[in-house]
Design a binder for this molecule. Structure first.
Ligand code: HEM
Length: 161
């Protein structure tokens, strides 16, 4: 019993392992290079995964290339990418953990209510990482830092979905 309690703590600890200062700096500097590409990032996600586009009542069934120039598209792109910017600003400081948990839990709850699946969140993640790896300064250390950070955030989101 004791063994399982310790194992459970280790697993939770592994999921919630905070980024090191170096990893946080790496995530922040790579994100700085793309964080203003809001429309381009959402375009990449929708292009890779039309099933994600289809979940937005205002975008479903519309031609993606015509949508990208609309104000509605820019607004939503700004919300999603802005959310990532908020999280990136908070990483690397343990004191920010409660604020980060509040933001992530709210996002997870609102998307759980919309019926968004883990599979779709993973699709989103894959597109985001592909985008970063081709548009941000990127190497093995950058990839590892993003993997660690995204594992933490998605672990928290998946507790709700
Ligand atoms: C992966 C599949 C996802 C789907 C299908 C999805 C779908 C939606 C939908 C339908 C809305 C409501 C749009 C509206 O009110 O017009 C929304 C809102 C929002 N989404 Fe997502 N979303 C996904 C992932 C994400 C991710 C990964 C993020 C952040 C990185 C995000 C951030 C937001 C934000 C900030 C809002 C507005 C606030 C809110 O309603 O919670 N979404 N999403």
């Amino acid at each position: 019993m004791k063994f399982f309690a310790v194992l459970a703590l280790c697993v939770v600890g592994a999921i919630a392992a905070p980024l090191s200062a170096d990893q946080a700096a790496t995530v922040r500097s790579s994100w700085a290079g793309v964080k203003h590409n809001e429309v381009d990032i959402l375009h990449a996600v929708f292009k890779d995964h039309p099933d994600i586009q289809a979940r937005f009542p205002q975008f479903a069934g519309k031609d993606l290339e015509s949508l990208v120039d609309t104000a509605a598209f820019a607004t939503h792109a700004g919300r999603i990418v802005g959310f990532i910017s908020e999280i990136v600003a908070l990483v690397g400081n343990e004191a920010n953990a409660p604020a980060m948990a509040t933001l992530v839990n709210e996002l997870a709850a609102s998307h759980h209510n919309r019926g968004i699946s883990k599979a779709q969140f993973n699709e989103f993640r894959a597109s985001l990482v592909t985008y970063l790896s081709s548009h941000a300064s990127w190497n093995d250390a950058t990839a590892a830092a993003w993997t660690a950070g995204l594992d933490n955030i998605f672990g928290m989101i998946f507790a709700h979905l």
